[in-house]
Design a protein around this ligand. Structure first.
Ligand code: ZN
Length: 266
């Protein structure tokens, strides 16, 4: 089996509690979960094509864009990483129309157990993919709001009580203790009653989502692989977690190499 094309982050879904992964090559999709346990080889052909404008770029910026697009697209702006800094109301959004559809839509504030309990936000339509992308073992939505800015304001306030970061090495080695999300949710909500009121944030039910990953062996130490240093990467695919392929020779963050032209052989 061989497939070639410009790739993207892995497309994910949850089926019977297990994360499913598809690797895209232009128009084709490969069920890469099915290759766990098998030898694979990935080759980078030294071509990167901006996923927005389609021009060739020597280097990838903001995970898959050329330099001009990374500096002009709203989705590459800092406010996407830090939603509490949304500047739409100042009239300075890079692409107001895009912002209206992307940021002015229902957003969820959640807690998840990735390498410990963390708080995060996502568009309502992006669950459960958001949690799979982060390698969460479990996730619990806590509040729904109408805009990305509002979710960012809540997240920023909750950062005083809980982390917003994942220790990705621990996540990949599966050095993660089980966590009780429901009692933690109750504690966090108890810290911010006035903000919930001010933003008319809607409390969500206590439905914990548990996620298993297609992994037969976790790494005992994390070695990061990169197509920029090693254009041909081959090994046994021991599993997939987050946006990482866990190979016997190291881990590969597929998302980081969005827009790279790759060939996979298995
Ligand atoms: Zn571009």
């Amino acid at each position: 089996m061989q497939l070639s094309g410009y790739t993207d982050k892995m497309h994910t879904s949850l089926e019977s509690g297990v994360a499913q992964y598809k690797l895209s090559f232009d128009d084709a999709e490969l069920d890469i979960s099915a290759l766990v346990g098998k030898p694979i080889e990935l080759t980078f052909s030294q071509q990167i094509q901006c996923s927005a404008c389609g021009s060739m770029t020597k280097k990838s910026y903001s995970q898959g864009y050329c330099w001009p697009c990374a500096n002009s697209l709203a989705r590459c702006d800092l406010c996407i990483m830090r939603p509490e800094t949304c500047h739409y109301y100042q009239g300075t959004c890079r692409e107001p129309e895009w912002g209206e559809s992307y940021c002015f839509s229902p957003h969820i504030v959640y807690i998840a157990n990735t390498s410990g309990i963390k708080v995060g936000i996502t568009r309502k339509t992006n669950t459960p993919s958001r949690w799979i992308d982060q390698g969460a073992l479990s996730a619990l939505p806590i509040l729904e709001v109408n805009t990305r800015l509002d979710s960012g304001r809540i997240e920023k306030t909750l950062k005083s009580f809980v982390s917003d970061k994942t220790n990705w090495r621990k996540m990949l080695m599966n050095e993660v203790k089980p966590a009780e999300l429901i009692p933690n949710k109750a504690i966090l909500l108890g810290e911010i009653p006035s903000l919930i009121n001010e933003l008319s944030a809607k409390p969500l039910s206590d439905d914990v989502i548990n996620i298993d990953y297609p992994v037969i062996k976790y790494p005992t130490k994390v070695v990061s692989l990169s197509f920029d240093k090693t254009p041909v990467i081959s090994g046994i695919l021991n599993g997939i977690k987050g946006q990482y392929l866990l190979l016997d020779c190291g881990v590969l963050n597929i998302r980081k190499f969005s827009s790279y032209h790759l060939t996979i052989s298995a």
